[in-house]
Design a binder for this molecule. Structure first.
Ligand SMILES: Cc1cc2nc3c(=O)[nH]c(=O)nc-3n(C[C@H](O)[C@H](O)[C@H](O)COP(=O)(O)O)c2cc1C
Length: 334
C-alpha cells in the first residue's frame, strides 16, 4: 500500500539547512504544507531543541531532514591544492589561510533525538540511510523520504525501504542530493516522469517550482507532492540574510550556476566572483571544502559582500516575490 503524507496541501517546504528556523517551519505547517526542519548542520542536542521548539508552536505534522554522512578521502596533496586555490581570496579579504576542522559524525545522535521526540516524518539527502537506521525508524512508524537526482537513485531509495522519494531536478537550488556517480542533470519534469515509471512509492517533485502553473504541471505529470525551496526564501518569516533575499529578488534568468567550490559537493546558487574564480580550481571533498571556505563565507557576509558568499537559489529564482509564507503558499495552491 502506498502511504500518504498527513498534510492538507500537496506541498512540502524544502528542508534548508542553515536557513530554516522554528518560526519559519511553524509558519509553513500552519499554512497547510509539510514543514521541514533542515537539521543537516545541527548536533543531536540542537536537533532535539529545534524539534521541541517547533512542537511548542504547532500541532501540525512536520519532518526532520538529515544529511547521510560520508567519509571524505582528501589526501594531503589535494588538500594543499584546495587551500592554495583559496589563498588569493583569503588575502583579498585579509583573513588567515583556512585550516581543516575535523568532522564529527552527528548522524546517530540526530536519529536518537528524532526517536526521543517522536518525530513522524524523516527525510534524507546525500545518500541512503543504513539498514539499521531504516529498520529502527520504521519500527517506530516513522515515514521515510529519500532524495534522488536520477532514476537509478530513485530505484535505490525504493529498494532501501523508504516510503517516498524526492526527485531533485537540475533547476533545484542548494546542494544536489546525488549519491551514485556520475552525477547527472535532468530537468525536474523529465526526471519526475521517468521516476514515476520506475518506482511505485510516491514521488515528490523538486526543482524550480515557483508558480501555481508549475505546481499544477508537476501534479498532472503524476507527482504526489511538490517540494519548494527558493520560492519560500523571500518569505517574511524566512531567516535568510537580507543580502540573500535581495540577491534572489534582483536575480535574472541566467543568475545561477552549479558549483562545488564552496563545499566540495555540487550546489546551485548565485553566480559571483567566488564561483567564477574557482570554476576550474581543485576542491577538497565534501565536507572538508565546506570547512575550508567557512571563514571566507563568514568574512564576506560580515563585509556585506555577496561576491564570496554561497547564496543558494534555484534556476527560477527570478520569479520570487516578497510576501508572508501564507501569501506565497496561497499563490501556489492548485
Ligand atoms: C538554501 C537552500 C538550502 C537547502 N538545503 C537543503 C537541505 O538541507 N536538505 C535537503 O534535502 N535539501 C536542501 N535543499 C534543496 C531543496 O530540498 C530542494 O531540492 C530545492 O530547494 C528545490 O528547488 P527550488 O529551490 O528551485 O525550489 C536546499 C535548497 C536551498 C535553496
Amino acid at each position: 500500500m502506498v502511504a500518504k503524507l498527513p498534510i492538507g496541501q500537496p506541498i512540502v517546504q524544502a528542508p534548508m539547512a542553515g536557513i530554516t528556523t522554528p518560526e519559519f517551519v511553524v509558519a509553513c505547517c500552519e499554512a497547510g504544507v509539510l514543514g521541514s526542519i533542515g537539521a543537516g548542520y545541527l548536533s543531536g542536542a540542537e536537533t532535539k531543541q529545534f524539534i521541541q521548539e517547533v512542537k511548542a508552536f504547532t500541532t501540525k505534522p512536520f519532518s526532520v531532514n538529515l544529511f547521510v554522512p560520508e567519509q571524505p578521502k582528501a589526501d594531503a596533496h589535494l588538500l594543499q591544492q584546495a587551500k592554495e586555490a583559496l589563498q588569493p581570496i583569503c588575502d583579498e579579504l585579509n583573513i588567515e589561510t583556512p585550516t581543516v576542522i575535523p568532522t564529527s559524525n552527528v548522524f546517530q545522535d540526530q536519529v536518537q533525538a528524532i526517536l526521543e521526540e517522536g518525530v513522524k516524518i524523516v527525510s534524507f539527502t546525500f545518500g541512503l540511510p543504513d539498514e539499521k537506521t531504516v529498520s529502527t525508524l520504521k519500527q517506530k512508524g516513522v515515514y521515510l523520504i529519500g532524495t534522488a537526482t536520477s532514476v537509478e537513485e530513485a530505484i535505490a531509495v525504493e529498494q532501501a525501504g523508504l516510503d517516498a522519494v524526492v526527485v531533485q531536478g537540475k533547476e533545484a537550488g542548494g546542494h544536489r542530493g546525488s549519491f551514485i556517480e556520475p552525477m547527472v542533470l535532468h530537468p525536474t519534469a523529465t526526471l519526475l516522469k521517468d521516476a514515476i515509471e520506475n518506482v511505485s512509492i510516491p514521488v515528490i517533485a523538486a526543482g524550480g517550482i515557483m508558480t501555481k502553473s508549475q505546481v499544477t504541471d508537476m501534479l498532472e505529470l503524476g507527482a504526489s507532492y511538490v517540494q519548494i525551496g527558493t520560492v519560500l526564501l523571500t518569505a517574511t518569516e524566512c531567516a535568510a540574510p537580507k543580502l540573500h533575499k535581495e540577491a534572489i529578488l534582483t536575480s535574472g534568468i541566467h543568475s545561477t550556476t552549479l558549483t562545488k567550490a564552496f563545499t566540495g559537493k555540487y550546489a546551485r546558487g548565485l553566480r559571483n566572483k567566488f564561483t567564477e574564480q574557482l570554476k576550474e580550481a581543485v576542491t577538497a571533498p565534501y565536507p572538508v571544502q565546506h570547512y575550508l571556505t567557512q571563514p571566507i563565507r563568514k568574512e564576506s557576509a560580515r563585509q556585506n559582500n555577496r561576491e564570496y558568499m554561497s547564496l543558494w537559489m534555484g534556476e527560477n529564482s527570478y520569479l520570487a516575490k516578497e510576501a508572508s509564507v501564507q501569501e506565497i503558499i496561497e499563490t501556489l495552491l492548485p
